[in-house]
Design a protein around this ligand. Structure first.
Ligand code: TYR
Length: 320
């Protein structure tokens, strides 16, 4: 791949790159930059998580070295369970990520607690704590922290630790959903002050759950990688999908972020008397047809179930 092709691949389907110039510079000067995503261990790995996994796979194809941080300490600090509970889930998450294509040979899996409790790490956290205001730390957690109307001190240590992760894992590119943006901006500013390099930050969209709200484990509105084929069918069937409407349309988002990246073209099946099957060679083609009400939500949903199950079948086979 040429540097231009690599950059195109890395930027495919993302919301934002901070900054474009820095990414270009990095890709041109470094054939194997380090890229990471951190995940709070979660009992259900859902299609929102898979979006960042897809991005890591893109980065791998563009020659990057991929690190997955299983952030058990962060989950603990953010009220997600006891230390023992989150550690156990981290193991299950690693299996999910491998099943989704992040092979163990090509991916470095790091457990947070394996290095975050050491002296060097903690000293850097404390150093940064001296440069970050309470107000800034709190705001950075707006979209990440649980129950932030009454934050614990642990939840303000959290973003500082996330910044130090970037430094001590020697990350060049930090990837995360757009909900990580404020933490990444804090990291960029304050790492520089501590003399560490400034990471390029890449933000992927937050997709909608089947109720139209942000897909998230706490909203219970997600499709999970270990849902059965029937679960997937039932969830898609009741998902919000208004004819011709592209706003917060979870089905169209599944096509854009999960199905099209894996298929060159998709076919919507319709009985002959309703015009027969139609094939769309790009997401854009499908989007235009849907907006013009040439594709009915019911037909769209049936195709969505079919493709999603094709994608998830091999994942389930490994997990079960
Ligand atoms: N903040 C991330 C989340 O909301 C988890 C995370 C933790 C990411 C530590 C990176 C990191 O270094 O899930």
């Amino acid at each position: 791949m040429t540097p231009e092709e690599k950059i195109e691949r890395i930027k495919y389907n993302v919301d934002e790159v901070v900054t474009d110039e820095e990414l270009t510079e990095l890709i041109k000067s470094n054939p194997a930059p380090k890229v990471y995503v951190g995940y709070e261990p979660s009992g259900r790995i859902h299609m929102g998580h898979v979006l960042t996994v897809n991005k890591l796979l893109d980065c791998q194809k563009a020659g990057c070295e991929v690190i997955v941080l299983l952030a058990d300490v962060h989950a603990y600090l953010n009220k997600k369970g006891t230390f023992e509970e989150v550690r156990k889930i981290a193991d299950y998450n690693k299996r999910c990520f491998i099943a989704l294509g992040l092979s163990e040979e090509n991916t470095k899996f790091v457990l947070g607690s394996d290095y975050q409790l050491g002296e060097e790490y903690m000293l850097n956290v404390l150093k940064m704590a001296k440069t970050v205001t309470l107000n800034r730390a709190t705001r950075s957690m707006d979209e990440v922290g649980r129950a932030m109307d009454n934050p614990m001190v642990s939840q303000l240590v959290y973003p500082i630790m996330q910044a130090i992760d970037i430094a001590l894992l020697d990350v060049d590119i930090a990837v995360g959903g757009t909900d990580q943006r404020k933490i990444h901006m804090l990291a960029r500013e304050h790492l520089k002050e501590l003399g560490f390099k400034t990471p390029v930050c890449i933000h992927t969209p937050i997709i909608s759950g089947f109720d139209g709200n942000k897909m998230s484990s706490s909203n219970d509105n997600f499709i999970s990688v270990d849902d059965t084929a029937e679960d997937v069918a039932n969830k898609i069937k009741k998902a919000y999908c208004k004819q011709g409407d592209l706003e917060q349309n979870p089905i169209m988002e599944l096509f854009k972020y999960h199905i099209y990246p894996r298929y060159e073209s998709i076919t919507i099946e319709k009985p002959e008397k309703f015009g027969g099957n139609v094939t769309f060679n790009s997401y854009q083609e499908l989007e235009t047809a849907f907006a013009e009400e040439k594709v009915h939500p019911m037909d769209l949903k049936s195709a969505c179930v079919k493709y999603l199950n094709e994608i998830l079948d091999p994942v389930r086979a490994v997990l079960l």
